[in-house]
Design a protein around this ligand. Structure first.
Ligand SMILES: *[C@@H]1O[C@H](CO)[C@@H](O)[C@H](O)[C@H]1NC(C)=O
Ligand SMILES: *[C@@H]1O[C@H](CO)[C@@H](O)[C@H](O)[C@H]1NC(C)=O
Ligand SMILES: *[C@@H]1O[C@H](CO)[C@@H](O)[C@H](O)[C@H]1NC(C)=O
Length: 398
């Protein structure tokens, strides 16, 4: 009797303790994808590969990134293991998991052959209930199918004959400008479009300016030891940007990188180089409305003032604050632009004005492929009605 009355409160404590322990474990399992217990210092952003940023975030969530000598690196052995494990996931297991999801999106081919973690729509975009898969055995069940334009030209005859479930939406996904990708010549194949253009059904710009968290607001302009920089992978003498660069570089020193200049920049070195320049030439390879790429959003994220060549200033101002960048059209000639950059180089206070926006905002490049699939899922979930996208070639290529 004595024993029983004494152990009463103790048992209560034990029960409470066990409950706490379990909820702690569940909390950890649940939130693991977004929480990084030992955060890596800086995430690498790639020059030519828009997927890279996304990959890094994904790999980090999978604990595939290692902190070696205080810098991030990916363990590719582990990455390969993860990817092959995913592909051989057995179907029964998938069917069981499927019950948690209300919308299935089939990724017809991995964009540019790059796979990505398909479990992040909730953690990254707050879009829940999505099951993304590249396993075509889900075709009949899929609510939407994402087709990356670059990867389907050879597949067209097959696609045109394929029977479709009545409510399934086919989504044309493409981030290349019309100058960089050929006409499709397959009329009325798709129900929806996903593109950088604001008038596409599932709009995914190359990047966004988001509200800053308290943590983001503690920002310092990185140390600078170069005036203006440019990294170019695709050199073509007929491009407007090449002509402009040739003229501009006669009046101001530009640190030029990239294969053409015999100065290849690795993904690892990219952030360090860009952030050490006062100005970065965010010159687009072709000029189209809304075609404002990671060439703008990466330098903005890394603390460098972009000098843009692309669509009109007005168009840029739809995406980023008007005092956050310099537009080549603001000047009559490249020489006048060079004079302006030299003036800013001599006047720190004037230079710092270009970072005023950073007090309230941050720049976030988009997640290539994954973000499209998640936003397509969200769109398909909300819009179950009939829709056909006619004259796609005319809309995109004119
Ligand atoms: C880490 O730093 C040490 C000492 O500086 C060096 O010997 C080692 O090679 C570095 N390791 C890697 C993986 O870079
Ligand atoms: C990467 O992960 C594998 C598997 O856990 C491990 O054996 C290997 O040592 C790791 N590689 C490096 C460079 O740490
Ligand atoms: C999608 O487009 C195709 C081709 O035009 C059409 O046959 C199909 O009925 C459409 N489906 C939906 C759900 O709108």
């Amino acid at each position: 009797m004595m024993h029983k009355t004494q152990s009463g409160p103790f048992q209560h404590c034990l029960v409470v303790f066990i409950l706490l322990l379990f909820s702690g474990i569940i909390f950890y399992i649940y939130y693991k994808p977004t929480v990084s217990w030992a955060p890596c210092p800086e995430i690498t952003v790639s020059t030519h590969d828009v997927c890279m940023d996304a990959c890094f975030d994904i790999f980090k969530t999978e604990n595939l990134i290692q902190n070696i000598n205080n810098s991030c690196s990916i363990n590719y052995t582990l990455v390969k293991q993860q990817i092959s494990n995913k592909q051989f996931d057995d179907t029964e297991e998938k069917n069981r998991k499927l019950h948690q999801y209300d919308t299935i999106i089939l990724i017809w081919v991995w964009p540019f052959g790059q796979s990505f973690d398909v479990g992040s729509c909730g953690a990254l975009f707050g879009i829940t209930g999505c099951y993304l898969t590249a396993d075509r055995s889900f075709y009949d069940k899929a609510h939407g199918v994402m087709f990356h334009l670059r990867d389907i030209y050879g597949d067209l005859p097959n696609l045109q004959k394929m029977p479709r479930p009545p409510q399934q939406k086919w989504v044309w996904m493409n981030m290349e400008s019309p100058d960089n990708v050929a006409r499709l010549r397959a009329p009325d194949l798709f129900n929806l479009t996903s593109n950088y253009r604001q008038d596409s059904d599932v709009w995914v710009p190359y990047g966004q300016i988001l509200g800053a968290s308290e943590e983001d607001k503690v920002f310092q302009i990185p140390e600078k030891n170069k005036l203006a920089c440019w990294i170019v992978s695709n050199w073509n003498n007929n491009f407007k940007r090449v002509k402009y660069f040739n003229e501009l570089s006669r009046h101001i020193k530009i640190e030029a990188y990239g294969r053409y200049f015999g100065r290849y920049v690795s993904d690892e070195n990219y952030p360090g180089i860009v952030s050490s320049c006062k100005f970065y030439l965010s010159f687009e390879n072709s000029i189209h409305k809304d075609y404002i790429t990671e060439k703008l959003f990466n330098p903005m994220k890394l603390g460098t003032v972009p000098v843009v060549l692309g669509p009109s200033r007005e168009n840029y101002e739809e995406f980023v604050p008007k005092d956050s960048f310099i537009h080549v059209d603001d000047f009559k000639t490249p020489e006048e632009l060079a004079e302006h950059l030299k003036r800013l180089d001599q006047n720190q206070e004037m230079y710092e004005q270009y970072f005023n926006w950073r007090k309230n905002f941050v720049a976030k490049p988009s997640y290539f492929g994954l973000e499209h699939a998640c936003r397509i899922c969200d769109h398909v979930k909300r819009n179950k009605g009939y829709r056909v996208f006619k004259n796609l070639d005319k809309w995109y290529w004119g």
